[in-house]
Design a protein. Sequence first.
Length: 263
Amino acid sequence: MEHRVELLLQPEEEHKLAQRSEHKADHKSENDEPHLTLQLKKHYETEAEVLGLLVDLETRYRQYYDLYQCEMQAQKILIERIWLLTQRYLILISSEQSCRYPEVYTLSTEEAIVNEYEEKLEVVRASNNTLKNSLLEVNQHCKKFYAAYERLDKSRETPFLMGDSHHRSIKYHKIMAVDIFNYLYALVLKLKCYMHQLDPVNLESVEEYRELLQNESLMEEFDEYLKVHFVYCQCLQPSPTCPILKLKCSHQNLVNLKYVSRM
């Protein structure tokens, strides 16, 4: 018969043994990359943070661009109706001068035109506000990216800072991020400026806004700049979604407006 002898450790000895094991584990983790100094390790951690913020910013800019295109499509539909309402309103107010009893049939018609005009204009205003607020939200993430970029040690000659055969330098992408925001913000301000000039008795202001929408929706160069050049690495991009899934644009909701089929 075999006799097994089990050694029972005292609580103090068990605690010392556990501390010794933890110390060995900590010492091993610290020596996983013995060639890195603390300063260099911290720098690489900052580079990883900057890269993560950059990839996130790339995604947010593309999502905003999708929103912008959607809103432009909605505003094109609206401005065509506003243009037609403006023409009808000008004809109506000009015909009152030659009518003997204009109040008999023009008051309700004029009210209908003005109500629908105001409704469409309010939707255009809300669309521009959505574009502005969404862009300012993206800018908050830009500021986080800029702040992390400033913490980088620019004296280090790492591939992330200098660039390599497959990647541009992080400074190049930082400049592009600034340029993209300035470009998009200028577009939004221009839309708001032209919108404030819209008036039911000024057909020229409507035609100018319609022309602006037509020009600003043709952004082939910016599309390539955003989706091709402002990409640090294609391998870091999210997997493409199913092409069957379509963007839910706000212009699909225009049929719910009260005065769409009024006249």
